[in-house]
Ligand binder design. Structure first.
Ligand code: FAD
Ligand code: 2MC
Length: 391
């Protein structure tokens, strides 16, 4: 099938360039999983809006359910750089499914990092193995970019919270919802983080939204109506929830940017193949200098994006003081450049790029939303400029 004809990529644009032998091996495992489990199915998942739970469970058996969680509760204990390498490789197989896998990983890390030992032992073995799935719930109908204005309330009632309100655009149908709720004053300091299990009475999922891309994972509103949640499900302290949510998102932004790298890599490889094979004016398209220069620009943007993403992942690993800006810069840069690469790949395929059969536009549609979610790229610009301008 046309979309499976990938060409071997030159070393300069090869995602394995500069990696250690161990990292190359990890990458190979993820690439093989993408090639064998995702590529043959991604078109069907996309066209029929199938959430491929059994494939996600298989990814769990390779350690991709809790990549950067600690090992005592089933995590894989990878660095953020290594996790980014895995996410990129998986996303070159199916970007949308991988993006959900990264959201689940972010939730697991939030419980691993900020939860107590009992909570870690209660939820993480099932989550890191992907026997169960997690979703991240911050956005509300009235609070998107201005996340600290959220109004879902958690009122104290003995040893329970009573949760009322609704969340919007929640990715994945999951067993554990990691939910940011208001337990106190207005603003970021009145927000707490609680885990709400899917069988808790009072949770209702809205319809599965129809979307441009990310069709292999469901997106729902979630309504909480007098939903009683034990206080032992509080992660960290009351009032610490916004902080936990933002720390999760720093890593999430690097992961989403890594998914964009995978999409761009796949479409660049498809373009190289197409230009070599397709002839017009009596010669292969690849002999046209305009198209050669476009390929050079695509590869340069891809490699620059990868450097930004791995640099941000290293900052996360090191706990660098500039990590918020570096993660924001990586997300801003990589998601915009990689979307453009996917879009340019369609142009290079001509009319064939517009056909479902060739699979190019699935990557473009999936990568489009990466400039919007996990903090829009305008919010990334805000975070970076605030850092630059601070006294
Ligand atoms: P708004 O905040 O209303 O923004 C609209 C536009 O105005 C944007 O371009 C924005 O950048 C711009 N803007 C806003 N404020 C400013 C400003 N001060 N300066 C300049 N420009 C500004 N959320 C979750 O919590 N969990 C999920 O799992 C999740 N999954 C998602 C999946 C999908 C497919 C989508 C589409 C969204 C998902 N989201 C999720 C929500 C996502 O994070 C929000 O859509 C995003 O943060 C933007 O919020 P908004 O849509 O309310 O846009
Ligand atoms: N890392 C660590 N801390 C952060 C942070 C970050 N990335 N961003 C903000 N904070 C801290 C900040 O330092 C401050 O701490 P303190 O009060 O201790 O000084 C606190 O959070 C409040 O921050 P601000 O004073 O900057 O609050 P403000 O309301 O002005 O801005 C903003 C907050 C816009 C940065 C935040 O609301 C935001 O990131 N909005 C985007 C929302 C978002 O990313 N949503 C994604 C939903 S998930 C999703 O889409 C999925 C697909 C899963």
């Amino acid at each position: 099938r046309p979309e499976q004809q990938h060409r071997k990529i030159a070393l300069c644009a090869d995602p394995s360039s500069g990696l250690t032998p161990e990292q190359k091996e990890l990458q190979r495992v993820a690439q093989d999983f993408a090639k064998n489990e995702m590529v043959p199915n991604r078109k069907n998942w996309d066209e029929n809006e199938i959430f491929p739970i059994s494939t996600i469970q298989k990814a769990g058996s390779l350690g991709f359910g809790g990549m950067y969680c600690r090992e005592d509760i089933g995590g894989t204990g990878l660095s953020r750089v290594d996790s980014s390498i895995v996410a990129e490789a998986l996303a070159s197989g199916c970007t949308s499914t991988t993006a959900y896998i990264t959201i689940h990983n972010m939730c697991c890390w939030m419980i691993d990092k900020f939860g107590n030992q009992k909570q870690r032992e209660r939820w993480l073995p099932d989550l890191t193995s992907f026997r169960k799935r997690a979703s991240y719930c911050l956005t509300e109908p009235g609070s998107g970019s201005d996340a600290a204005s959220l109004i879902t309330t958690a009122k104290s009632d003995g040893d329970h919270y009573i949760i009322n309100g609704s969340k919007m655009f929640i990715s994945g149908e999951s067993h554990c919802y990691v939910v940011m709720v208001r337990t106190g004053q207005s603003g970021s300091k009145g927000i707490s983080c609680v885990v709400i299990e899917n069988e808790t009475p009072g949770i209702n999922l809205g319809k599965n939204e129809k979307k441009l891309g990310w069709k292999t994972q469901p997106t729902h509103a979630i309504m909480f109506e007098d939903c009683r949640v034990p206080k032992k499900n509080l992660i960290g302290q009351e009032g610490q929830g916004f902080n936990i949510a933002m720390h999760g998102l720093n890593g999430g932004r690097v992961s989403i940017a890594s998914c964009s790298l995978g999409a761009a890599q796949a479409t660049l490889e498809m373009s190289l193949e197409h230009l070599a094979v397709r002839k017009q004016f009596g010669r292969p398209l690849a002999s046209n200098q305009y198209l050669q220069f476009r390929l050079a620009e695509m590869a340069t943007d891809l490699v620059a994006s990868r450097l930004m993403v791995r640099n941000a992942a290293r900052a996360l690993d090191a706990g660098s003081p500039d990590l918020v800006s570096l993660c924001s810069m990586a997300k801003l840069f990589a998601t915009e450049k990689c979307f453009k690469i996917c879009n340019d790949a369609i142009q290079m395929h001509g009319g064939y790029g517009y056909l479902n059969e060739y699979g190019v536009h699935q990557f473009m549609r999936d990568a489009r939303v990466h400039t919007i979610l996990e903090g829009t790229n305008e919010i990334m610009r805000m975070l970076i400029s605030r850092d630059l301008l601070k006294e």
